[in-house]
Design a protein around this ligand. Structure first.
Ligand code: GDP
Length: 200
């Protein structure tokens, strides 16, 4: 899919105030600093569409972007940021979950994980919650350029093995790098296929 247009639409704190759910939507989420803004900018090939965050945890809003006038890309707040108060964190985690649960045009969520990390509780618990609620998601392992191909494969294998200790199967995943564009085409292809499905 060629991106011809990417426009920021609005930021919200509540799913009820999001744009009319009249086209397919894809959400991107992950821990602060996982590379979410960079990935979104790389996907739509715009330098500053999603502001690369200077202060982790600051962007606590649901941000809608309209792509090619035909689908929404949503930048969700980074989760698991330790420096906000527990009450504040719970409040925005609830906001995220309400959005994921009730946003009727949401086709799929991309959960970003740094390819260099072992499974972290905050990510696996989040994915378990998605699975329990039947919310479809893909994993995107980010910052692949930070590892050699061999090291990346080794980490993916080890991540999968650890996931399979508790998961029946490994969720479908992509590998990405915003530096060299790895994974961009694959992610866009998945979105394109889901867009077509939603038209059928
Ligand atoms: P966010 O907080 O999840 O939106 O993360 P950002 O996109 O702001 O990225 C956090 C930091 O990681 C920044 O310093 C980025 O330059 C860096 N970064 C993000 N994606 C990549 C990537 O694919 N490769 C490399 N090497 N660095 C990245």
């Amino acid at each position: 899919m060629k991106i011809t247009e990417a426009i920021f639409v609005q930021s919200n704190t509540e799913y009820q105030k999001c744009p009319t759910p009249d086209r397919p939507e894809y959400a991107f989420i992950g821990r602060s600093n996982v590379g979410k803004s960079s990935l979104i900018n790389s996907i739509v090939q715009k330098k500053d569409l999603a502001k690369t965050s200077q202060t982790p945890g600051k962007t606590q809003l649901i941000n809608h972007f309209l792509i090619n006038k035909s689908w929404y890309l949503v930048d969700l707040p980074g989760y698991g940021y330790a420096k906000v108060s527990k009450t504040e964190r719970e409040k925005f985690e609830q906001m995220i979950f309400d959005y994921l649960h009730y946003r009727e045009n949401l086709k799929c969520t991309f959960v970003l994980i740094d390819i260099r990390h072992d499974p972290q509780k905050v990510d696996t618990e989040f994915m378990a919650k998605l699975a329990e609620s039947n919310i479809p998601f893909y994993i995107v392992f980010t910052k692949a350029d930070k590892l050699s191909k061999t090291a990346a494969l080794k980490n993916l294998e080890s991540y999968t093995t650890k996931m399979l200790e508790t998961w029946e199967e490994m969720p479908y995943y992509f590998v990405s790098s915003s530096v060299d564009g790895i994974g961009r085409e694959e992610i866009l292809k998945a979105i394109e296929e889901l867009n077509l499905e939603s038209k059928a």
